[in-house]
Design a binder for this molecule. Structure first.
Ligand code: ATP
Ligand code: MG
Length: 421
């Protein structure tokens, strides 16, 4: 990541709309990097499995999170990079080709060839969220990451097209705009999370990032430096909590507390003599239970999630290419035994992914549940840097403001969505 093109500091705000919380992360980006200035974190019940299901509740949480973040940061927030997830997200490969007639490849050629890759029919109720280049081919030379400056007659791109249900994207934009904020871009949450927790080297060697949140588990695969697969598994930490509540016959809030404090994803890591106190439900008093019982409830659900992730990785045929293993992030990754369980089921090295690559008040965003918020700031910062013409100066308004300036805002579909309001 390089923000060297930025000659004046800019404010970038990431808005993570999660199934359990809304996080607004305010960063200041300059040529040296990103400084976190403020964070607003508010519980939210307006989303189900990563998709907005209650506009009012979501708007209220966004307002509160933004208010808290701007008070802490001491800046006025006008524009945000908003995250989107949910099982409506799909990805598939698409190729684009354009002629370069023997001259050097320019940035304009890259835009043209990507436009070509985007020009495929998508269902009427879906829109393209991202066209993520995996490799470029100049004449017969493939595997090129950055073709700018190379000469040839034919430029081809192989990219991963990520599509989303238009109504879900509209709802994100609608909620943000109801808070008198502008959406600079709607960004795929797993893409943002991965950006915050894995290095460019890992992406190059091949890595799987699994973000286990409250409502969903997002899977993103990188091979040869590019995104090779994205999908969303509709299960997460909330399912574990429900299983615990039903299995131990205890209220949801108590199940959540027991899960966080004593939960373990691998039963055999728990000593048989450990006990926990389980509050009763419906007038029943508390009782003692083996901690092993709790992990026996949790383990099958975690196994189910990782088995599904493995099945999806195998289906892409990329299992062998994920050489640097898997990075687990998202709040539910914090549970004891998650890494060990993932290693067993995925059959690869697994580590926990904490957000990196930022400075400032990092202690507020150091948990894996902030990977998406921090990643959205990093994504926005990169967009701003890319929009700067060779070290030139671009203000926030010029780069992401109401004028159509970001790549997606330029696209016809984006204009169409905005016009639809
Ligand atoms: N220490 C912990 N042990 C176990 N689970 C935890 C712990 N801390 C948080 N969680 C779980 O993490 C989940 C929330 O994670 P996160 O904040 O990443 O989700 P989200 O972004 O709101 O949801 P999603 O990404 O699915 O839309 C909750 O289910 C919560 O119970
Ligand atoms: Mg999340």
């Amino acid at each position: 990541m390089s923000y060297a093109a930025l000659s004046t500091p800019e404010i970038v705000v990431g808005l993570d709309l999660g199934s359990t919380k809304v996080s607004a992360v305010v960063g200041e980006v300059d040529a040296d990097g990103i400084t976190i200035l403020g964070v607003g974190n508010v519980p939210c019940r307006g989303l189900r499995k990563g998709v907005i299901s209650n506009i009012e509740w979501t708007v209220r949480s966004i307002r509160e999170a933004i208010d808290a973040a701007q008070t802490m940061a001491g800046v006025e927030i006008r524009t945000v990079y908003a995250g989107i997830a949910g099982s409506h997200i799909r990805s598939h490969m698409s190729d684009g080709v354009c002629a370069i007639s023997g001259r050097e490849v320019t940035r304009g050629d890259l835009e043209r060839v990507l436009e070509g890759a985007r020009a495929i029919p998508v269902d009427a109720d879906r829109m393209i969220l991202h066209a993520l280049p995996r490799e470029y081919v100049v004449d017969n030379q493939d595997g090129i990451r950055d073709p700018i400056g190379m000469s040839g007659v034919r430029l081809q791109v192989r990219c991963n097209l990520v599509t989303a249900a238009t109504s879900c994207v509209q709802n994100v934009v609608r909620c943000v705009e109801r808070c008198n904020l502008q959406v600079a871009d709607v960004v795929l949450e797993p893409l943002a999370s991965a950006d915050a927790v894995v290095s460019e080297d890992e992406k190059e060697i091949g890595v799987a990032v699994i973000d286990i949140g409250g409502g969903t588990t997002d899977l993103i695969l990188f091979a040869d430096g590019g995104v090779a697969h994205v999908s969303v598994i509709p299960a997460g930490g909330n399912n574990i909590t429900s299983d615990v509540a039903a299995g131990l016959r205890t209220p949801m809030a108590e199940a959540e507390r027991l899960k966080r404090n004593y939960g373990c994803a691998l039963g055999r890591m728990v000593n048989d003599d450990e006990e926990i106190e389980v509050p009763g439900v419906g007038g029943h008093g508390p009782r003692r239970a083996a901690r092993r019982l709790l992990s026996d409830i949790i383990e099958p659900r975690v196994e189910e999630i990782f088995s599904e992730a493995r099945r999806r990785i195998e289906e892409t045929g990329l299992l062998e290419q994920v050489s640097s293993g898997c990075v687990l992030t998202g709040g539910a990754a914090l549970m004891e035994g998650m890494v060990e369980c993932a290693e067993e089921i995925l059959g690869m090295p697994v580590r926990l992914g904490f957000p990196v690559g930022v400075r400032g008040i990092v202690q507020l965003v150091q948990g894996p549940q902030y990977a998406t918020g921090v990643g959205l700031v990093r994504y926005g910062a990169q967009q701003l840097a890319d929009a700067c013409p060779r070290g030139g100066l671009v203000s926030v308004e010029q780069a992401v403001g109401p004028s159509e300036a970001t790549p997606k805002q330029k696209s016809g579909l984006w204009s169409w969505i905005r016009a639809a309001f």
